[in-house]
Write a protein that binds this ligand. Structure first.
Ligand SMILES: O=c1ccn([C@@H]2O[C@@H]3COP(=O)(O)O[C@H]3[C@H]2O)c(=O)[nH]1
Ligand SMILES: [Zn+2]
Ligand SMILES: [Zn+2]
Length: 255
């Protein structure tokens, strides 16, 4: 199981692409979020939309769904197939009505299902996305009154959607659920109003920090290298082997 971030930037970053990930298991590719920069970021890594076996969406913000219109049009008019789209059942209606319908709908009868093979997921249970890759959606707080989900892959890998700091959840994942690797969004500067900020993440106990890898950061990320406690930055476009036992070694951290 491999992960390659198409981008590791915040919504407003310009030096980094949107925080979207490509997970590859036995040659099958699952795109986690498809933001505004995803079409070009995929192209730059040598992928076409047709190389994707499924897309999974965490929440409705442009840095996570802004590339879906181009993806849908290319899949329909160039590749002639419907891509599999996984998302929380609670997001299906709003993704179409409030985001995609205006651009995609050409005939008033068309719906999201005309463009995607929609697979609604209910939170709190594991679903198989492709053989060898399961996900459990965990509802996490981001913007008041806005649904957003974090992802627990194969029971050991927690990938935060955009979320506010929640030490209790991270402690529980490590202590009671066997989570070994945590990719977490990180706003470098306080206050952490809609994202966890670095000073908050630095209050996590060492045994949790050692599992945390930071993403969704701003353009001045370089100034923070060496100032992230026991946590490390994920680099965009670099492929990492997601073996729970040896993951840390790719950062020069021996366990
Ligand atoms: O109440 C709010 C709502 C939004 N925002 C900004 O808009 C961005 C939208 O994408 P994002 O969720 O990656 O990050 C968000 C923040 O940068 C904010 O600062 N406060
Ligand atoms: Zn975001
Ligand atoms: Zn967001």
């Amino acid at each position: 199981m491999k992960i390659q971030m198409l981008g590791t930037g915040s919504a407003f970053a310009k030096a980094f692409n949107n925080n979207n990930a490509l997970l590859t298991v036995d040659g099958l590719n699952v795109l986690v979020d498809c933001g505004i920069t995803a079409p070009k970021a995929l192209y730059e890594l040598g992928y076409s939309f047709n190389d994707l076996d499924a897309i999974l969406i965490t929440h409705i913000h442009a840095d996570h769904i802004g590339g879906l219109e181009e993806l849908a049009f290319q899949m329909k008019f160039i590749f002639g197939r419907k891509p599999i789209l996984y998302l929380a059942d609670a997001l299906v209606g709003t993704l179409w009505e409030n985001s995609l319908k205006g651009g995609l709908q050409q005939d008033p009868t068309e719906t999201l299902e005309d463009f995607f093979d929609v697979r609604p997921l209910n939170e709190g249970v594991a679903h198989e996305l492709v053989p060898g890759l399961s996900v459990e959606l965990i509802a996490t707080k981001h913007i008041p009154n806005k649904r957003s989900y974090s992802l627990l892959f194969n029971e050991f890998f927690f990938y935060s959607g955009d979320m506010v700091f929640d030490a209790d959840l991270l402690d529980d994942l490590v202590d009671n659920r066997g989570v070994q690797v945590i990719f977490h969004d990180c706003q470098l500067h306080p206050p952490g109003v809609v994202h966890a900020c670095l000073p908050q993440l630095l209050t996590l106990r060492q045994s949790v920090q050692e599992r945390v890898y930071l993403m969704h950061y701003g353009d001045d990320q370089r100034e923070f290298i060496g100032h992230t406690g026991h946590m490390s930055f994920i680099e965009q476009q670099k492929a990492y082997d997601l073996n729970p036992l040896t993951f840390a070694r790719q950062f020069g951290i021996m366990e």
